[in-house]
Design a protein around this ligand. Structure first.
Ligand code: DAH
Length: 340
């Protein structure tokens, strides 16, 4: 029987050697090691052997099986490698073939301005705050010292969802929300969309963007406001930019002012961008009204603060020399490409 086993081994090794591909190798496996394979049959027929012979033959069969399995595995590996090499040789890439063109988008001018402004104020230690666009009228108006008979509350100006809920007409309600939820010192800016019942034209849109600023601490004065805005104007519009204040009225600030910047195109001489004025209106601002502080749980005897708010579109239009606001919303790539 041992003789028979070694003959099977020789035959199998030869067959493995001669196998031309993985399929033939598999046939060899089945022929010798499969359920009805030649070597397997020997194991099955061991019942007829004497108890002394059995372990000897058994271990020989196992040894041969291990050896054949190893050889078959080796053969399989080399066939697999060969297949990879063949693929590598045939499937080479033509690097001279023109590629598909990728078109890269750009940051929208409004987002560019918002990002610039954020950077500038973060550099001055401000945090970015956020608030809802569908806002309670209390936050949009009442807490900001804007009484029910104020013209801004008219349906001609404001979109009402119910009598008590509006699409915020300004980013100022975020001031009230921040004051209610944080203790001074507070230093925030809040960029976001605002909504007004305006018809679309070259300078109006029912949806536009504002950035609100608020600082509350002990001993904050108008000088801090002026210094902050002067610094902001230089960083945002150029080092030569000057700022001037004009008295104004806002219900939530006292005193209130509008701030203009010297025209960064002509430097103040008067040109098309500043409409011959030499100055461009930039924003509304003032010292936070004591009523507003009180409405939001802050003691006006202990704390004071300033606030400001401005339209992002106005800055984007001035900065990029755009004369029609609608261009900012049409998303015409030919236009946007010029403002990268
Ligand atoms: N909310 C004002 C507006 O929409 C802008 C503004 C003015 C905001 C003065 C302020 C401020 O915080 O102090 O016209």
């Amino acid at each position: 029987m041992q003789e028979q086993i070694s003959q099977i081994k020789e035959k199998a090794l030869e067959a493995i050697q001669n196998a031309k591909d993985a399929k033939e190798l598999d046939e060899v496996r089945v022929q010798y090691l499969g359920k009805k394979g030649e070597l397997t049959l020997i194991l099955r027929s061991m019942g007829g052997l004497s108890p002394e012979e059995r372990p000897v033959v058994g271990s020989l069969v196992n040894q041969v099986r291990d050896e054949l399995e190893a050889k078959i595995e080796e053969g399989e590996k080399s066939f697999a490698n060969k297949a990879i090499e063949e693929r590598l040789a045939t499937e080479n890439i033509d690097v001279t073939e023109p590629s598909k063109k990728m078109t890269l988008g750009s940051v929208h001018p409004i987002t560019q301005v918002v990002n610039d402004v954020k950077d500038i104020f973060i550099g001055m230690g401000y945090q970015i705050a956020d608030g809802p666009e569908v806002e309670l009228a209390i936050y949009n108006f009442d807490k900001l010292n804007t009484p029910p008979d104020h013209p801004a509350r008219d349906v001609q100006d404001t979109f009402y969802i119910t009598d008590d809920i509006v699409l915020r007409s300004q980013t100022s309600p975020v001031q009230a929300r921040v004051m209610e939820s944080q203790k001074p010192p507070i230093k925030i800016i809040c960029p976001g969309s605002v909504y007004r019942s305006d018809s679309v034209d070259a300078t109006h849109s029912p949806v536009f963007h504002q950035i609100e600023g608020l600082v509350i601490d002990k001993n904050i004065s108008m000088a801090d406001l002026k210094g902050t805005l002067a610094m902001f104007a230089k960083k945002c519009l150029g080092e030569k930019t000057e700022i001037r204040f004009r008295p104004h009225h806002f219900p939530f600030t006292e005193p209130s002012a509008e701030a203009d910047v010297s025209c960064f195109v002509c430097g103040g001489k008067g040109c098309r961008v500043c409409k011959g004025e030499g100055w461009i209106e930039l924003l509304g601002c003032g010292m936070v009204h004591p009523n507003v502080l009180r409405n939001c749980g802050i003691d006006p005897e202990e704390y004071s603060g300033f606030a400001f708010g401005f339209g992002v579109e106005r800055i984007a239009m001035a900065k990029f020399g755009i004369d029609d606001m609608r261009l900012l919303y049409e998303n015409d790539i030919r236009f946007l490409k010029q403002l990268r």
